[in-house]
Design a protein. Structure first.
Lengths: 94, 562
């Protein structure tokens, strides 16, 4: 199963707005994706509740895993998303 | 449930003098639903369908509210909508229901599990537990067929009725559609009452039975009489319309405030937001810009740029008139998620107002910097004052910070008795003071502002409170520095005459109260105001003080003011 590890760039960590943007992107991808961090998980990465409860601070590494034909493409897209500061005011929310 | 019938009258404590008519819209509390509620009983398949529908409906409504909101509120509501839509929440609840658990119990168990994870993660995440619980309350209400909790979307002019309204509730209200506010709890100086006064809305607090009123029934709310009349007759409707016409006539007079013999008394407006500033008609200025509205109901403090933008808008709207800005007054009845300690047992006596500088100095620094940004952008220099200052040393420290940030005219609020007693020493450190009579009464009389049953003790006509106002005004006169009043008492025309007699140089109040105060001042000379002040100070109690002042009213004003 393809996996990627990436450090969360958002200043507030993976919570609130960044978590909302990330989980929406996962849901839009249409294949099951999991996320694990700091010894917690893996959990369903399309669930804002699960993703927020990981409590990932800024700079911490998370591990994403996906299954399915487009898994590599989807993971690359999500890694690119998490590498940006999703809490910056100019990041469009949808 | 007892439902008040046609023509029946409920009684409460009125705020303001106005009256209004409109249909009742109830703000619904979170439903108290027992785990074995029959609401969504029945076959597992139909329970499943009910739950699916409830999740979808709640998410949809929250998304709608988010789209109509702006700024942080928009983000918070969007994230809350996503929680209601959450696949894990949904699947775990449905799993439990499939295993035979009751829907409300299943929802509670799953929500509490997530809440515990949020709490364990701590920090910002712990604050999101409130959102999670609000999702829970909404879904439960939808499942068992109760009205959605919280402030409803208003579709037309409405009399909003609630057990109590939190500042966050009022922030969610579409105020253009509210014609009156009625609560069962609260007191005349509670948050709801102040917001109502601000908007010139008639308001009744402590109205027993108000939440039992039928949704949509037409009522007359009369703040001057403290009554709510159900399904009013033609005579009462006509009287309400006549009073509205009289109010408009008084409001047409916008000349600068002065006594009959020409002593100028600045009559200023209290505002809470840039929108309030833009809504103001012709005024002499703003004597209290309460900035905490910018901070309420959000997870983190507004940024310097965000604040500067709001202050710039307000300063620009006031077109060069005097503006007195009060720095953040959070704590006590206005807690902030990011600044108020959760474990304060006595928040009114705790880390609130200027005292936040001890725990969160960056809040004040950012705010002062934003204010000087706004001054630079508009060319209007606001006067800036700090709330809840108790000592001359605090006044000196605040003046130091404000001057360092580039603020030129610095003052402090006098709302702690210690500050009133040492007003002279405090005025040596700053350029002006402003009396906050609501808190001054609360602290002088050791009476919680939110305890309606103690309203008699909280009366600003209490001689002890008047003594402290007099002490402060004398200190101002001795040092030649302005002493204003920005508490609710300035909006009572009789009290306004007394305050001017005591030596107060400006009165700031809800804009709706200005016409009556202007009228009262215009018809009494400064000497009469001084006699009134002396009579009030000499009285034994609040009722006697008021009666003594009424005796001295000019004959032609008696019907309107007494």
């Amino acid at each position: 199963m393809p996996e990627r590890t990436v450090a969360v760039a958002s200043r507030v960590g993976l919570h609130a707005r960044p978590a909302a943007l990330f989980t929406r992107a996962v849901a839009a991808a249409g294949i099951p994706v999991t996320i694990a961090a700091g010894g917690k998980g893996p959990v369903d990465a399309s669930s804002i509740l699960f993703v927020m409860s990981l409590g990932v601070p800024s700079g911490q590494e998370v591990t994403l895993a996906a299954e399915g034909e487009r898994a590599d493409d989807v993971l690359d897209g999500l890694v690119a998303l998490l590498s940006r500061d999703l809490d910056a005011p100019d990041e469009g929310s949808s | 449930m007892t439902v008040a019938g046609v023509g029946s009258v409920l009684h409460g404590v009125g705020v303001g003098r106005r009256a209004a008519i409109g249909p009742v819209v109830q703000v619904h509390p979170a439903p108290a639903v027992p785990d074995d509620s029959p609401g969504a009983g029945g076959a597992p398949e139909s329970v499943r369908a009910d739950l699916e529908r409830a999740f979808a409906a709640v998410a949809e409504r929250l998304r709608g509210q988010s789209e109509r909101a702006s700024g942080t509120m928009r983000d918070v509501l969007a994230a809350t909508a996503q929680m209601a839509d959450d696949p894990a929440l949904r699947s775990q609840v449905l799993e439990r229901v499939d295993a035979g658990e009751r829907p409300v119990a299943a929802l509670d168990a799953v929500v509490e599990a997530f809440a515990a994870m949020f709490q364990a993660a701590g920090g910002h995440l712990a604050e999101r537990v409130t959102d999670l619980h609000s999702v829970r309350d909404r879904v439960v209400a939808a499942v068992v067929g109760l009205p959605e909790p919280g402030v409803p979307d208003l579709t037309g002019p409405s009399v909003v009725v609630a057990r109590d309204l939190a500042p966050a509730d009022t922030a969610a209200l579409d105020l253009d559609k509210v014609v009156a506010l009625v609560t069962e709890m609260g007191g005349p100086t509670s948050h709801t009452a102040i917001i109502a006064g601000q908007l010139g809305l008639p308001c009744l607090v402590r109205v027993a039975g108000a939440t039992d009123l039928t949704e949509g029934v037409e009522v007359v709310v009369d703040a001057a009489r403290g009554t709510l009349t159900v399904a009013p007759d033609e005579g009462l409707r006509a009287a309400v319309a006549r009073r509205a016409a009289d109010e408009r006539a008084l409001a047409a007079d916008t000349a600068p405030g002065a006594t009959a013999d020409g002593r100028q008394v600045a009559l200023l407006a209290n505002i809470g937001t840039a929108e309030d500033a833009e809504r103001l008609g012709a005024v002499e200025g703003v004597g209290l810009f309460r900035t905490e509205v910018l901070y309420l109901g959000r997870a983190g403090a507004p940024t310097r740029a965000e604040q500067a933008q709001a202050y710039t808008r307000a300063l620009r709207a006031l077109g060069g008139h005097k503006v007195v800005v009060r720095t953040l007054d959070a704590g006590a009845d206005k807690p902030l998620a990011f600044a108020t300690a959760a474990d304060e047992e006595n928040p009114a006596l705790g880390v609130r107002g200027y005292r936040l500088v001890r725990t969160h100095p960056e809040l004040l620094e950012t705010q002062l910097a934003a204010l000087t940004d706004a001054a630079a952008a508009t060319g209007v220099e606001p006067w800036v004052m700090a709330p809840m200052v108790a000592t001359a040393a605090e006044a000196r420290a605040f003046a130091g910070l404000a001057h360092a940030a580039g603020v030129r005219t610095v003052g402090v609020m006098v709302e702690v008795p210690a500050a009133a007693l040492r007003a002279r020493e405090i005025l040596r450190e700053v350029d002006f003071v402003s009396l906050g009579t609501n808190d001054l009464a609360q602290y002088t009389m050791a009476t919680d502002r939110l305890r309606g049953e103690l309203a008699d003790l909280l009366d600003p006509w209490q001689p002890a409170v008047l003594d402290l106002v007099a002490t402060t005004a004398r200190a101002g006169a001795a040092l030649g520095k302005p002493v204003g009043v920005c508490g609710e008492s300035a909006s009572d025309p009789l009290m306004a005459l007394v305050l001017v007699g005591l030596g107060v140089s400006s009165l700031s109040m809800a804009p709706a109260a200005l016409p009556a105060v202007r009228f009262a001042l215009r018809r009494h000379a400064l000497g009469v105001c001084r006699s009134m002040a002396a009579a009030a100070l000499a009285a034994d109690g609040p009722a006697e003080a008021r009666a003594a002042v009424v005796q001295l009213l000019a004959e032609e004003t008696r019907t309107l003011l007494a």
